[in-house]
Design a binder for this molecule. Structure first.
Ligand SMILES: [Zn+2]
Length: 268
């Protein structure tokens, strides 16, 4: 059998022996792989430091059909995720990797999820100090919104996207200028009729509702109004999404708690 080529993002690595590691790599072509990288931690190896956390890389992989570990034979770094000065960017990247891992099964390709995370990581890894170099280097979208849009795109691709513009119960179009009721167990926004008697419903402020719509539009590549920049609004949406994702997954992601820092101060 010949090794197959794929593009991947390194979601995590852990030691297998003194010189080898097991890497969870989410590939665009084959989905999530858990692969043994023999000798990856030797000084000279076939992996070119490509297996660092959140790196984008090209891999050659021998896939196992029996459910055992795949075997990475080679990896080439495409882009390293540089933490740079932005700890918040790193937290955002870690969270997206965690969410991608949690939302997907092994060997189930999800190219839309891959693209959403790859695009977001490129923005998150950009050094905010580079903004001094001129407007061209300035990320147009605040980091917390980059994370929010990528997570909405991933949830959407996995069939878990929350309703934002229409009621998730009856499909009625909701007033964009009103506070929205958001049902954690009901798939998102709810109209007053459908809200009645529901539990686990939170009210989102008018600004928060508009911001969530704008982020959801961004997630599908459209422009949907002004993106939020206020700490209060970003914090509100972060709390809503943390709870929504926890309900969707049936557990809280540990990395989600660090995102509060991302909402609070994106230049941490
Ligand atoms: Zn309704």
């Amino acid at each position: 059998m010949e090794p197959e080529k794929a593009r991947g993002i390194v979601l995590r690595t852990y030691p297998y022996s003194e010189t080898s590691c097991i890497a969870t790599v989410f590939t665009r072509e084959f989905g999530k792989l858990r692969a043994l990288a023999k000798g990856a931690w030797r000084p000279k190896n076939a992996f070119d430091s490509a297996l660092d956390l959140l790196s984008a890389c090209q891999v050659l992989v021998l896939r196992r059909s029996s459910g055992g570990l795949d075997l990475l034979t080679e990896a080439t770094l495409e882009r390293r995720f540089r933490v740079g000065r932005s700890l918040a960017g790193f937290y955002g990247g870690m969270y997206l990797a965690d969410l991608l891992d949690a939302l997907t099964a092994d060997a189930d390709p999800q190219p839309e999820m891959f693209d959403a995370v790859e695009t977001a990581l490129n923005v998150l890894a950009a050094d905010p100090a580079a903004a001094d170099a001129g407007p061209a280097a300035t990320p147009a979208v605040p980091r917390p919104v980059v994370v929010l849009a990528a997570e909405l795109a991933m949830l959407q691709a996995g069939g878990h996207g929350p309703a934002v513009g229409r009621c998730s119960g009856c499909g009625t179009r909701l007033d964009p200028a009103a506070r929205a009721a958001f049902g954690m167990l009901d798939g998102g926004a709810l109209c007053p009729d459908c809200r009645r008697g529901k539990t686990n419903v939170v009210a989102i402020s008018t600004a928060g509702t508009a911001a969530l719509r704008a982020a959801a539009a961004l997630a599908v590549g459209r422009s949907g109004g002004a993106l939020p920049t206020e700490e209060r609004v970003l914090g509100e949406l972060r709390a809503v999404m943390n709870t929504y994702v926890a309900h969707t997954l049936g557990r809280r992601l540990k990395s989600a708690q660090h995102l509060k820092a991302l909402a609070k101060n994106e230049h941490l």
